[in-house]
Design a binder for this molecule. Structure first.
Ligand SMILES: Nc1ncnc2c1ncn2[C@@H]1O[C@H](COP(=O)(O)OP(=O)(O)OP(=O)(O)O)[C@@H](O)[C@H]1O
Length: 634
């Protein structure tokens, strides 16, 4: 921070401004100096820097041409090549590249992708062929040092070569690619690009003409997206579930199939969505694409008339994608995958059944006895209940009994029937709708897997190697955060730990290999946060599990238990207002998040599985086993 040095100074609409130090005055009696920065945009700004660190949070040394030759032009291709690496240089470099549609930037072995939100010319056949050739050359010639720019193709290529290379340390080792980022960052699109590249590399024909299995693997996307994606405030095609896909190859590197595992489908969306958002795409796709006769057979009217699709008044997408086109794509994907007519019909019936259930409202008659209090359905609800029953292939009375009463065990052989309140029966209805939808989603994933796994038999089992792709929700901080956000952020916290270990360990190994003398650099460790969440017996999850085992636990009791156990923990914050509102606050690696405990006990317990009525249990069982046999019964 000597006079004349070029710096970044915090402030302005772009967060950082270019400037140079014009004056440095040591502060008497302190180990600090006051510096004046003349800003390139005009004016000056003053900062205090410490003698030891010579930088402060608001002023950072700037890379100048010559130190990193590419910086002044297109930004650094690999951020680790920059002499000074900190927030302003990262932002500046990424921005420089972004302006030229160069959305990919390397950070050592990691690829940073900035969502272009438009079609960019980065995925043409020529570009793909160039990365493929580059990968091949590198594979056969260890001396070869390719010069292609960072690209997601290069990452996929490297994973593929590492997996298949017989002569190096990665011999026949399966690989994994972790795709991470906040909602709308482009994770799912990135995964699709990777899968397509791997499908081409692993294609039996060796050309870009894909065979059946490669096509089937790619066609799993429109199917999963129809049932698991939705418009959110941030993303018109937001995946509301986590996904781990294994692309499976034989010992010769030929693609033999894939397997998909899904996590944490956002079930609550089925019954409730916020302003500017929609329910799952499939509801809108059926409304826009199915024939009038089909919709009539499903008792499906306009979306405006159904409780589960009309809460936000949002019926279309901002990105111009039409639900009718998506419907056509889904039907095509079903056919490529070989879904049977019966299976398809059953899936759509389940979607319609969920929609019908949502329209069943119970009106309370205060003058009636317990048994009849809720059974007198309002005029519009009765036909909707009948439709739901017909679609689920059960009698309306059974649904009614299931949603308005509950049998509980009293003693060893006695059962007592409890009649629910209007509010409780609304919850029971929502729980059933969510369970039916989730089981249907599970079935669709299972059926898709059956199809794309089919060719695996061809591969000798010990030769079975794979590239795993993890695409899960990024870190989430909303105005209101619930149990769902907590679980997502917990998963990200664990991934962050894995990331830290991986990056720092790799770097350390490289230094050792190159015999470089170095001092260990402190890196952010989030072990304590993970322990706050999952360590027995006082972590948040063990405490929640413990509360769920107690008969009479409530959300506020859980919150109070947490305050008792965790007050004073570095990663746990508590304010008086939070106490009153039964909220808990966790200081995650990515920031502080205040979670509402509303519904947490019930959500963790997933009551339907354990203590539902006989009817609920039957429905659950029928749907839960993801097999044709089960759905075939409907
Ligand atoms: N490489 C790309 N080229 C062009 N557009 C892209 C690219 N990546 C993402 N997009 C655009 O951004 C949108 C959001 O991307 P995507 O759905 O992949 O985000 P995400 O990180 O998976 O979000 P979520 O966590 O909400 O599912 C896409 O629908 C697409 O319009």
């Amino acid at each position: 921070m000597e006079e004349g040095v070029k710096v970044w100074a915090a402030g302005g609409p772009e967060l950082w401004r270019k400037g140079s130090v014009s004056k440095r005055v040591p502060e008497a009696g302190k180990k600090t100096a006051r510096i004046t920065v003349v800003l390139d945009e005009g004016g000056t700004a003053e900062f205090v820097v410490s003698d030891e660190q010579d930088e402060c949070a608001d002023v950072k040394l700037r890379n100048v041409a010559g130190q990193a030759s590419t910086l002044e032009g297109l930004g650094a291709e690999d951020l680790t090549s920059l002499t000074h690496l900190h927030e302003p240089t990262i932002l500046y470099s990424l921005n420089q590249r972004y302006q030229s549609d160069l959305i990919y930037t390397g950070v050592g072995p990691i690829l940073l992708a900035v969502n272009p939100f438009k079609r960019v010319q980065l995925y043409t056949d020529e570009i793909l062929a160039a990365y493929r050739q580059d990968g091949e050359r590198r594979h056969y010639d260890p001396e070869y040092d390719g010069t292609l720019a960072p690209h997601v193709y290069a990452i996929a290529d490297k994973a593929y070569r590492n997996m298949t290379a017989p002569s190096n340390e990665y011999e026949h080792r399966s690989q994994s690619i972790l795709v991470s980022g906040e909602s709308g960052a482009g994770k799912t699109e990135t995964c699709k690009i990777i899968v397509k590249y791997l499908a081409i590399l692993g294609s039996k024909t060796g050309s870009t003409e894909l065979g059946t299995i490669e096509q089937q693997v790619l066609e799993s996307n429109p199917i999963l997206e129809a049932f698991g994606n939705a418009r959110t405030v941030r993303n018109d095609n937001s995946s509301r579930f986590g996904k781990y896909i294994q692309i499976i190859f034989d010992g010769y590197g030929k693609l033999t199939g894939a397997q998909i595992k899904t996590f944490l489908l956002e079930k609550v969306r089925v019954v409730k969505h916020s302003a500017m958002e929609r329910n799952y795409h499939i509801f809108y796709m059926l409304a826009a694409g199915a024939s009038a006769e089909q919709r009539e057979s499903w008792a499906m009217g306009d979306l405006e008339g159904h409780q589960f699709t009309s809460q936000s008044g949002c019926y279309d997408r901002r990105d111009g994608v039409l639900d009718s086109d998506l419907y056509a794509e889904l039907i095509e994907a079903f056919s490529v995958m070989g879904f049977e007519e019966n299976g398809k019909a059953n899936i759509f019936r389940m979607v319609a059944a969920v929609l019908a259930l949502g329209d069943v409202d119970f009106v309370e008659r205060p003058d009636a006895g317990d048994e009849e209090r809720l059974t007198d359905l309002s005029e519009p609800s009765r036909p909707r209940l009948e439709a739901a029953a017909r679609l689920l292939d059960v009698s309306p009375e059974r649904i009614l009994t299931a949603l308005t009463s509950r049998k509980i065990n009293a003693g060893i052989s006695n059962q007592v029937t409890i009649y629910l309140t209007q509010e409780q029966s609304g919850h029971a209805r929502d729980a059933l709708a969510k369970a039916v939808y989730a089981a249907m989603f599970e079935w669709v994933v299972g059926r898709t897997n059956e199809c794309i796994e089919a060719k695996q038999a061809e591969a000798v089992s010990e030769d079975r190697i794979f590239i795993g792709l993890l695409d899960i929700f990024g870190f989430e901080i909303f105005t209101n955060n619930y149990f769902e956000q907590f679980l997502i952020n917990y998963a990200n916290e664990v991934l962050q730990q894995q990331f830290n270990n991986f990056v720092f360990r790799q770097e350390q190994e490289e230094y050792e290999r190159e015999k470089i003398e170095w001092n260990f650099i402190e890196f952010p460790d989030n072990k304590d946060c993970i322990e706050l969440i999952d360590k027995k017996p006082n972590g948040i999850i063990p405490t929640l599990d413990e509360q769920c085992l107690l008969g009479k636990s409530t959300d506020d009791r859980f919150a109070r238990e947490m305050y008792k156990k965790c007050e004073g923990h570095d990663r746990f914050q508590l304010a008086p207002k939070m106490r009153v509102e039964h909220k808990i606050c966790v200081r995650h690696y990515a920031g502080k998040v205040v979670y509402s405990t509303e519904g947490i006990v019930e959500k963790n317990r997933d009551t339907l599985q354990q203590e539902g009525t006989e009817f609920e249990r039957n429905i659950w069982r029928k749907f839960w086993e993801p097999s044709e046999r089960v759905l075939g019964r409907f």
